[in-house]
Design a protein around this ligand. Structure first.
Ligand code: NDP
Ligand code: OXD
Length: 314
């Protein structure tokens, strides 16, 4: 049996080294040096080229290198009946929650203004609301959203989540589906997006959403933090909302086009924070270990975990 990596621009050495450290018996291959295609039983992929996964008659599973699977489903022609498995891993979840907590706190504590004061050597304090007065709304209450929600709640924030299905989490309000989106937005000061990119969610962070965010919060104005996918957001609408007052500030980890092109106004907007799609980087040690666990399950006749549903795209 052979294991194939299709890594786009991830350096293969690190992935191979980490895997060999965990299991010396695997026959590892790196795209495009596939060797005999019928040897390939498992593939770990990030943005696979169209057709790359076809013609592998013994392929048992396609593992996404990350939590998102949009980069696989967008290829279209996938081998029929081969499950696509996404990453659900404590290490990845921890990293995303670190990012969300840091940026929620940064906006809540008005740090952008203090940075500006410092640049002017100005010693000045501002009024400050408590976390218990600030309403955070999380779009996407899956593995990542629900962990971030719990941690924010523990810090004292008023937290609500929005998802397809109703959630029952102590101390966290749940809003469900398009019918409850407006009510969710109307009670939200800081909006965190951890949705997957699907046909249903593409472009969801748009002018309508920004207009509906609460305008009576204790902070400087509505904030959006997007660490889901760039194509969830309409960047033109973000800039217009920032300039028109529907948004006060934005933290963006993901973009319609990545890397963010040099001409994008987001780079220089005074109330936008840009990070390079690294809010929760896939750690080769953790991800390879997760995949080995899945392969072991498969070999012992247990079901693979966290299989994405091609019908809804996540
Ligand atoms: P999950 O599949 O566990 O959760 C997805 C959540 O989104 C679920 O709560 C789901 O609702 C909800 N959802 C999906 N579609 C809709 C919809 N149309 N309307 C309302 N809610 C919807 O995913 P994860 O939490 O593991 O990951 C989320 C995303 O984060 C990934 O898909 C990826 O794009 C992104 N990501 C980004 C990273 C980065 O570095 N920037 C790193 C890792 C992930 P329900 O629970 O009802 O099914
Ligand atoms: C992921 C990502 O989906 O890193 O895990 O974007």
């Amino acid at each position: 049996m052979a294991f194939l990596y299709i890594l786009d621009d991830w350096p293969p050495e690190e992935w191979l080294r980490a895997m060999r450290h965990l299991d010396t018996s695997l026959d590892l291959r790196v795209w495009p040096d596939v060797g005999r295609v019928k040897d390939i039983e498992f593939a770990l992929v990030w943005k696979p080229p169209a057709g790359a996964l076809l013609e592998m008659p013994n392929l048992k599973a396609i593992f996404s290198l990350g939590a998102g699977v949009d980069h696989i489903f967008r290829v279209g022609d996938l081998p029929e009946g081969v499950p696509v498995v996404r990453v659900v891993d404590a290490n990845l979840t921890m990293r995303m929650s670190e990012y969300v907590m840091m940026h929620v706190l940064w906006h809540h504590r008005r740090q952008r203004i203090y940075d500006h004061f410092q640049s002017e050597r100005k010693w000045r304090g501002l009024s400050q609301a408590g976390a218990n007065e600030t309403r955070v709304g999380i779009m996407g209450m899956g593995e990542l959203g629900s962990d971030a929600a719990r941690k924010l709640m523990m810090m004292g924030f008023k937290v609500a989540g929005w998802s397809q299905s109703r959630k029952h989490m102590d101390g966290i309000d749940s809003f469900q589906g398009r019918g409850e989106l407006k009510a969710f937005l109307n009670r939200t000061d800081i909006l965190v997006c951890l949705l997957p990119l699907t046909p249903d969610t593409r472009g969801i962070l748009n002018a309508f959403v920004f207009k509906e965010l609460a305008k009576d919060g204790p902070g400087d104005g509505p904030v959006v933090i997007n660490a889901g996918r760039g194509e969830l957001q309409v960047e033109e609408d973000i800039v217009a909302a920032l300039d028109g007052g529907d948004l006060y500030a934005a933290t963006l980890d993901v973009f319609e086009e990545e890397p963010l092109p040099p001409h994008s106004p987001l780079w220089t907007h005074p109330r936008v924070t840009v990070t390079p799609h690294n809010s929760a980087v896939s750690d080769p040690r953790a991800i390879n270990a997760y995949i080995l666990k899945q392969i072991k399950r498969h070999r012992t006749g247990e079901a693979l975990e966290n299989i994405a549903n091609p019908a809804n795209g996540y």
